[in-house]
Design a protein around this ligand. Structure first.
Ligand SMILES: *[C@@H]1O[C@H](CO)[C@@H](O)[C@H](O)[C@H]1NC(C)=O
Ligand SMILES: *[C@@H]1O[C@H](CO)[C@@H](O)[C@H](O)[C@H]1NC(C)=O
Ligand SMILES: *[C@@H]1O[C@H](CO)[C@@H](O)[C@H](O)[C@H]1NC(C)=O
Ligand SMILES: *[C@@H]1O[C@H](CO)[C@@H](O)[C@H](O)[C@H]1NC(C)=O
Ligand SMILES: *[C@@H]1O[C@H](CO)[C@@H](O)[C@H](O)[C@H]1NC(C)=O
Ligand SMILES: *[C@@H]1O[C@H](CO)[C@@H](O)[C@H](O)[C@H]1NC(C)=O
Ligand SMILES: *[C@@H]1O[C@H](CO)[C@@H](O)[C@H](O)[C@H]1NC(C)=O
Ligand SMILES: *[C@@H]1O[C@H](CO)[C@@H](O)[C@H](O)[C@H]1NC(C)=O
Ligand SMILES: *[C@@H]1O[C@H](CO)[C@@H](O)[C@H](O)[C@H]1NC(C)=O
Ligand SMILES: *[C@@H]1O[C@H](CO)[C@@H](O)[C@H](O)[C@H]1NC(C)=O
Ligand SMILES: *[C@@H]1O[C@H](CO)[C@@H](O)[C@H](O)[C@H]1NC(C)=O
Ligand SMILES: *[C@@H]1O[C@H](CO)[C@@H](O)[C@H](O)[C@H]1NC(C)=O
Length: 773
């Protein structure tokens, strides 16, 4: 047992020192390099035999340094030591955050729009390589509390920028791929000893759970109590986290500030220990959002807890690490007051130390020793940032083939709008210092003579006096490119939106400029959440609209590549772009996903909202045309039940439609070998090469009450040359793909006629499921 005295605190501080070194680092852009130490500092690790020889310490003698023992045993030994002898194993230079530059990839919402799993993983690998290099240079730690994988339940949420959108399955796939890119050490991906699997860097899926209100009309995340039906919890809020743990094998989960059904997320044993550890089998530690425990005491006033009660509750619930000072200040007194046992602390410490061991803090990680300055902001990584921005660009409108522009015909360009010369706005939040930002203006200037007019002094556009000069520029130019939209002054952490409109005078700017324009008009939009731009969609003077999210440091060149046809866009919207009136139909604080017709409650996300939208989830055009045809599909599945599998009733609107064995609970089934298998041919029938995102959905049998309209079950992005075709095959798990979460929160496989649709119903086929005994 750890002695509850200074040595406990020391061991605990040690864990904190290493693990809390990059709080909230959304690692697409938090790294940098240091010109002052081009060769890097020497590599050192706790069990380096020479490290403490001058203190007369033989590190080999400590069991926690014995490489022949398992990490579990070594961590247990460490937790038992009184470690003052090694007390100068400290943070060293790891906390030096004076890091001047690193590759700033597009924000997550933009990368998500690429719908390309391999891109997500590749970005993770590039980020972790830069992280390792910076670590070697003494300029970064190895734990990154990233990615943010909360589903965007409401279009007003200020942190949509950090997330992969509104679909729990797509969000989960993003999480699994990005986490594997960050964490996996090449060659050890398939190691079966998951408690010893080495880590390149440690990643963290956050914020668990039902966290998606930041500050809306005075309702703050610190005091918000999310009232969530268990059905929505299982189906929507927890699923990305489950996929992050099970498919990504993430080494950490962060719990959130808010309460869920009255209980602070970080103090809920069902959410933490029982679900994350018990059901999902996390290999790693659970950490609080920063100062969550203090928030629990001072913000939620939960159970009238004293500080000692609070740390006892969270530790017992399964919270291993406090990003804050409550554990260091109050755990000792909590033990003295008999509120927790030392064993509770030991258990958590072991989880923390095993992660440090897997990172190589104790034994080193020689395969990364050669990484240094050359690996940060490398040409390859910067090029990847540009590629990601191009892949994430979504073409929303393109009348009469306005785009791509023909360079030869364009001599003069009017480049207009508050984001035309965007720099910081492109990299969004949690950004480090980018290697080198190239603005849209810089990139477009290489294509002709540019007349730049901001049109607004900033995104809020409160002053209309700059519109007139912008319209004058448009009247003279061969083409007008308006770069508009929102930024962190409108949607951000602690800042939810009130409406879905463009702010201030931006609508006037766009309409007046379009009206005055001599040549074609292209509108480029920055935003994370959707914007009601019906006016531009319907304005015949606006020929083309592109959405770029917040495209990172190479956003400028990516936009120019798309506009001038060097790249054919293929991204898809990762969330629904609602009409402005949607925001008046439901408060942000109402958590239910399903519509309630009697209350006029419209439901949330494409899975449940059946009204009209400006652009639906998954929308995106191309400069070419694609057509699909179904090559092969298994259209019926008969599943043999054994005597332990029982039929489970689900609610149908019409009882006479209720099949004899309506469903089987997926918990009762061994589903590994039940697959859905189909293949579609994707033909490029146009005259330009292009990439197509093929999205497959399932629709449940008709008549089941209160279920989703459809759900994404798989997606693949494929490149198809002009006139060519490619066969795309999906082999998916049957239960994952056809699942329905019922009112009691059971995940079931219904019998009957399911439908698989690909694209927006371009191709669809029935899939009949029956059970036999
Ligand atoms: C880097 O390495 C070179 C050659 O080994 C050496 O001359 C130089 O002093 C080193 N610089 C630093 C800052 O260690
Ligand atoms: C790094 O440390 C090792 C072992 O202590 C030593 O042999 C080596 O010379 C050091 N390298 C540098 C560059 O300081
Ligand atoms: C998907 O991303 C990878 C980068 O990892 C890229 O090489 C590939 O071309 C992309 N696929 C498509 C079809 O765009
Ligand atoms: C790990 O497994 C995957 C999938 O089976 C395989 O493609 C990959 O090559 C394996 N990696 C190693 C290092 O064995
Ligand atoms: C956590 O859950 C496990 C079972 O999964 C149980 O054995 C253990 O006692 C729980 N720990 C706490 C602190 O509740
Ligand atoms: C564009 O922005 C950069 C950086 O903010 C600034 O230095 C530059 O002067 C701006 N360009 C124009 C034409 O205003
Ligand atoms: C609008 O901007 C113009 C030009 O910068 C300035 O003269 C005017 O005072 C501003 N008006 C307001 C209301 O801020
Ligand atoms: C538009 O600009 C005018 C004049 O500069 C200003 O008075 C008005 O408040 C602005 N409108 C909005 C909605 O910001
Ligand atoms: C598209 O072409 C049609 C037919 O030539 C024309 O009537 C229409 O105005 C054009 N629209 C745009 C936005 O260029
Ligand atoms: C698309 O493919 C289908 C066959 O799946 C075919 O019937 C149809 O004519 C094709 N459409 C185009 C525009 O090529
Ligand atoms: C229920 O379904 C049966 C059979 O299709 C039909 O005859 C009956 O009218 C339906 N009842 C209702 C209330 O829709
Ligand atoms: C969606 O709405 C349309 C028209 O209002 C209706 O016909 C359709 O059945 C609805 N679909 C679902 C799944 O509720």
């Amino acid at each position: 047992m750890a002695k509850i005295n200074d040595s406990f605190l020391f061991v605990y501080y040690l864990a904190i020192a290493f693990l809390v070194n990059s709080a909230d680092a959304n690692s697409y852009s938090t790294l940098g390099h240091d010109d002052a130490t081009p060769n890097g500092s020497n590599f050192t690790f706790v069990c380096d035999p020479e490290r403490y020889s001058n203190l007369g310490l033989d590190m080999k003698a400590f069991p926690f340094c014995d490489k022949s023992l398992s990490y579990d045993v070594r961590a247990s030994d460490l937790v038992k030591q009184a470690l003052h002898g090694v007390s100068n194993v400290g943070p060293g230079t790891f906390f030096d955050d004076l890091v001047p530059g690193s590759t700033s990839f597009p924000t997550v919402i933009t990368s998500a729009a690429a719908f390309n799993e391999s891109l997500w993983k590749t970005i993770g690998q590039a980020v972790s390589t830069e992280a390792r290099a910076m670590y070697n240079l003494g300029r970064a730690g190895l734990t990154y509390w990233s990615p943010n994988i909360n589903v965007v339940r409401d279009p007003r949420w200020g942190r949509a920028i950090e997330t992969p959108g509104e679909d729990p399955f797509v969000v989960g796939k993003y999480a699994a791929n990005y986490v594997r890119g960050l964490q996996d050490v090449e060659g050890t991906e398939n190691s079966t000893d998951l408690n010893s699997r080495p880590l390149k860097v440690s990643s963290c899926c956050k914020h668990y759970a039902a966290y998606d209100v930041d500050n809306w009309k005075g309702v703050e995340r610190y005091s918000f109590d999310a009232r969530v039906a268990e059905q929505d919890m299982v189906e929507t809020f927890l699923r990305p986290f489950e996929m992050c743990v099970k498919e990504g094998d993430v080494s950490s989960i962060m719990c959130s500030y808010n309460r869920v059904d009255g209980i602070p997320a970080c103090a809920d044993p069902k959410l933490l220990n029982q679900t994350i550890r018990g059901e999902w089998d996390l290999h790693g530690y659970i950490v609080s959002d920063c100062d969550s425990i203090e928030v629990l005491v001072d913000g939620h006033h939960w159970l009238g807890d004293t500080k000692e009660d609070a740390v006892a509750h969270t530790l017992r619930a399964g919270l291993d690490l406090d990003c804050g000072d409550y554990y260091t200040k109050y755990v000792q007194t909590s033990v003295q007051q008999g509120k927790i046992r030392e064993a509770d602390i030991d258990r958590s410490l072991k989880y923390l130390y095993v992660v440090l061991m897997r990172l190589g803090f104790f034994d080193g990680n020689p395969q990364y020793n050669s990484l240094g300055k050359k690996d940060v902001c490398s040409e390859e990584n910067v090029e990847l940032a540009r590629e990601a921005a191009r892949e994430g660009t979504v073409l929303l409108k393109n009348v009469n083939e306005t785009l791509p522009l023909d360079s030869h015909k364009i001599k003069t360009l009017a480049v207009i709008g508050p984001h035309a010369n965007a720099t910081a706005a492109m990299v969004g939040n949690y950004a480090g210092v980018p290697c080198k930002i190239i603005s849209p203006l810089d990139a477009l200037s290489t294509h002709g003579e540019v007349d730049y007019q901001a049109g607004c002094s900033d995104a809020k556009c409160r002053n209309g006096s700059l519109i007139f000069p912008a319209a004058q520029a448009a009247a003279k130019a061969d083409v007008t490119i308006i770069v508009a939209g929102i930024d962190l002054s409108i949607e951000a952490e602690s800042l939810d939106r009130d409406d879905l409109l463009l702010p201030g005078n931006q609508t006037q700017l766009i309409n007046q400029v379009a009206n005055a324009a001599k040549g074609p008009v292209v509108l480029v939009l920055f935003s994370a959440g959707g914007l009601d731009i019906s006016f531009a969609k319907n304005n015949p003077k606006i020929g083309a609209i592109l959405w770029v999210g917040y495209p990172g440091e190479r956003g400028g060149p990516a936009i120019a590549d798309v506009i001038f046809g060097k790249y054919n866009p293929g991204g898809r919207l990762p969330l629904t772009w609602h009409e402005a009136s949607y925001a008046d139909m439901l408060p942000m604080t109402s958590m239910p996903l399903r519509p309630v017709d009697s209350l006029g409650y419209p439901g949330r996300t494409y899975k449940f909202f059946n009204g009209s939208a400006v652009f639906p989830f998954g929308y995106g055009l191309s400069y070419t045309n694609f057509n699909y045809s179904l090559k092969s599909a298994v259209k019926s599945k008969q599943i043999q039940l054994n005597k332990f599998q029982h039929c489970y009733g689900i609610k149908y609107g019409n009882d006479s439609h209720n099949p004899p064995c309506p469903s089987i609970r997926i918990d009762d089934m061994d589903c590994k070998n039940h697959k859905i298998d189909f293949e579609v041919e994707v033909q490029n029938t146009g005259s330009r090469d292009g990439s197509e995102v093929v999205i497959a959905y399932s629709k449940p049998p008709q008549g089941i009450l209160a279920t989703h309209i459809k759900q994404v079950i798989g997606f693949q992005r494929v490149f198809v040359p002009a006139g060519g075709s490619k066969n795309v095959r999906f082999v998916l798990n049957l239960c994952d793909s056809l699942r329905v979460v019922d009112y009691n929160a059971y995940t079931v496989l219904p019998s009957g006629g399911h439908t698989i649709t690909i694209g927006d119903d371009i191709v669809s086929f029935p899939l009949n499921v029956s059970f036999s005994s």
